[in-house]
Write a protein that binds this ligand. Structure first.
Ligand SMILES: [Zn+2]
Length: 50
């Protein structure tokens, strides 16, 4: 129980850190989060934070 609660806390802190992102490959704009932002449309990692 305790270890599960700790992991959940980390997830919440991560998901609050959202950034406006734009995919350089398909031009999709979306809210990205975390350190590895991947375009939800084309799964490209060629993404910039705007
Ligand atoms: Zn894309």
């Amino acid at each position: 129980m305790c270890s599960v609660g700790d992991a959940f806390g980390v997830d919440v802190a991560d998901s609050l850190d959202t950034k406006s992102c734009k995919c350089k490959d398909c031009g999709n704009q979306f809210q990205g989060m975390g350190k590895r932002i991947i375009c939800p449309t084309c799964q490209s990692r060629n993404v910039e934070v705007v």
